[in-house]
Design a protein around this ligand. Structure first.
Ligand SMILES: [Zn+2]
Ligand SMILES: [Zn+2]
Length: 439
């Protein structure tokens, strides 16, 4: 999950009520006519439990040996070997240190891709884990170590069920997510001429409680844009202050009294993502600070903004142009533009609905929570796959509030309850089996 220019997070999770954050899941024995015989999902669970400790150790090995975007060499080797040992066809010739594992079921059917990202982050926070990073300044502070363990676990569970598997499953291990280069790199290098998935799924560990999964149709994140104002001559410090204040005021729409930039509130049952009245919907705000600089005798002002509503994006540039003109800088103005516009994660509505029903039917209503908001500051280049293939991106809970483990990505005390590996493997192995059985 790529994170943009984010102010220092002050985590106040201890103040959050533990109520409503129950992470218990139980198998829903009530069978549904939509779901294949429960027995296959019982076997998925048994198999997940059997391999769980092994996958935890693999995650810890990734955690101890993190590699930055573009340098995932050993990580690639480990993944490749694991998939080969499972009997999968493996390709490493797509892009960078990416790996694609191909599992063909014994029965004919459609094709589903599962994506895991591989890279770690540049940081040197004090890691509370015993299995801390051995590489100075580099850490798995976003949870991609867990994503890889879960991807390998799903591959193993499905490989064990190969005989009853109706179709093909592709396991895409994607490098360079944090730099937003890996997904587009794989696609531009002909990934889809080598594999042709009908659907794609992936997940990201996040701060909701371990045991839970959260999803919504359409946008999972706010649209992130970097806006740039280009002027002919440098403004004085005071002029810059005055103008950027006006622009910031224009780029500001929140529900009164709320603070959607306080990212830790996403897990608050009263105002967080799972509440239909969440503060994380229908907002627009900027980082508050503009970067001002001169280059080639021109003057530039830049800031990041976060907008939830796609239909309002088109109003931003004309609005900022008007403010600059109304402020008396009409003759100074050269351009206003978005200079960074990565696509955002947009979940396919039909597949999201189907996936939610499938997971609730097999693992109980509490396993999956409906997300009503859009997270600011973050985004994921999984969005590039979704531009080509209908897909769903899930949040997987990683926090354990009682144990003081808060899975807030990129924060200094990021820590994940490894039970989330179990939830991830069994839930998404079951989901893939069920989706393969549907047309
Ligand atoms: Zn991430
Ligand atoms: Zn990240």
């Amino acid at each position: 999950m790529k994170k943009l220019a984010l102010t220092v997070l002050c985590l106040i999770f201890s103040a959050l009520s533990a109520q409503g954050l129950n992470s218990k899941t139980e198998v829903d024995v009530q069978s549904s006519h939509n779901i294949q015989k429960q027995s296959i999902h019982q076997s998925v669970q048994l198999e997940t439990d059997r391999i769980f400790n092994k996958l935890v150790n693999i995650r810890r090995n990734f955690h101890e040996n993190p590699e930055l975007a573009g340098g995932e060499k050993q990580t690639q080797e480990k993944i490749k070997q694991y998939l080969l040992d499972l009997g999968l066809e493996v390709r490493t010739d797509v892009y960078g240190y990416g790996v694609v594992g191909i599992l063909k079921g014994d029965k004919k059917g459609k094709k589903i891709a599962w994506r895991s990202d591989m890279d770690a982050l540049l940081n040197d926070n004090s890691d509370p884990e015993a299995f801390k990073s051995k590489i100075k300044g580099v850490q798995h502070g976003c949870g991609h170590d867990l994503h890889m363990a879960i991807g390998l676990g799903i591959a193993e569970v499905l490989a064990k069920n190969k005989k009853s598997l109706k179709g093909t499953v592709y396991f895409i291990f994607q490098p360079e997510e944090e730099t937003f280069k890996g997904a587009i790199g794989m696609l531009n290098n002909g990934l889809l001429s080598k594999i042709n998935p009908d659907e794609i799924y992936g997940l990201h560990v996040t701060a909701i409680p371990a045991g839970q999964i959260m999803v919504k149709p359409n946008e999972m994140f706010a649209y992130q844009k970097k806006i740039r104002v280009q002027l002919k001559n440098e403004l004085s410090e005071e002029e810059t202050k005055g103008l950027t204040k006006k622009i910031s005021n224009f780029l500001f729409r929140i529900h009164p009294g709320t603070k959607p930039w306080e990212i830790q509130s996403i897990v608050d049952p009263k105002i967080g993502l799972t509440n239909p009245d969440t503060i994380f919907k229908d907002y627009l705000f900027t980082d508050g600070k503009f970067t001002a600089y001169s280059k080639n005798n021109e003057f530039f002002l830049e800031t990041y903004l976060y907008e939830t509503n796609s239909s309002d994006l088109d109003k931003i540039i004309p609005g900022v142009q008007k403010i600059i003109k109304d402020s008396g800088y009409q003759n100074q103005l050269l351009s206003v533009s978005f200079v960074q516009g990565n696509p955002t994660v947009i979940n396919d509505e039909k597949l999201t609905k189907s996936a939610t029903e499938i997971l609730q039917n097999i693992y109980g209503k509490n396993t999956i929570a409906i997300d009503y908001g859009q997270v600011p500051f973050f985004n994921d280049d999984f969005s590039y796959f979704q531009q080509k293939i209908p897909g769903v991106y899930f949040f997987l809970g990683g926090s354990n509030f009682e144990k003081g483990m808060i899975a807030m990505n990129h924060s200094s005390d990021f820590q994940v309850d490894e039970e989330s590996i179990r939830t991830g493997i069994r839930s998404f192995a079951s989901l893939i089996i069920e989706r393969l059985n549907r047309n």
